[in-house]
Design a protein. Sequence first.
Length: 290
Amino acid sequence: MASAANNLRGATWIVGSAVVATAMSSGVHELAGSIHSAQAVFIRGVIGSLLILAFSLPRSDFSIRTKRLKLHIVRGVIGVVAINLGFYSLQILPLTTVTALFFTTPLFVTALSIPMLKEKVGVRRIMASIIGFLGAMLVIGYLPEPLSIKWFAPIFASVAFSLTLVTGKQLSSTENPGTIVLYFSMILAVGSLPPAIIVWQTPNWTEWGLLTMIAAMSALRNYMDVRGYALGDAQFVSPFLYTRIIFMVIVGYFVFDEIPQISALIGASIIIMSTLYILHREVKIGRQQS
């Protein structure tokens, strides 16, 4: 079990991850209709791997060698599924709707952290995760539409992504964050190559710029997630993923001319209050431990 201080540091990394994830999602959504999601995932893997190598190789604590190759491969294969489904969802469904369905990820992380990480999950933390999810629903004013097969894509993406977060936590006990992210990006590139070849369309300069931004933000998000989950308990830091909806409201207003509804302001307040409550509880526990 992580200390209160490490849980707070982990939460800070997760909030940073939410910021860059917002930029990445907006870029993928912007490419809809011009670049297929499978091609975007492949380019994300290639450019992401090159960026990680460029920044990590000069570091003395970085090493490509690993004693846990099998777990890296398992995490990478799951990541291929997660990101392909995620990018596909961002291109075929409304941006705010997909964001809402992606917010099921922390609930899956909390559930998986019990059998896979042997973490103790308190009732109050579980309730905070549920309250944060309900707040996210209010922020976007989401109302379920008639059930269709396409709705399963973001849900399965959330399940797969939660597995990459939990396995990343397992790897972080022995592996350098840069090593974890590098293997993930390389396996992502290899696994996404076959479908990318089938749908390949040469991007123009604007599209290359967006694809490069998506790759950089996605790799940075992966690194931040690994750092956050390495420092803090999974069920503690997971609710902070909900802050992403606040950033999405800001981007939606200034970039996509989307005016937030009153429900958005109420929902954002609920998210903030739920995360502040978790912070309050962790600080209180930390004082009792000391």
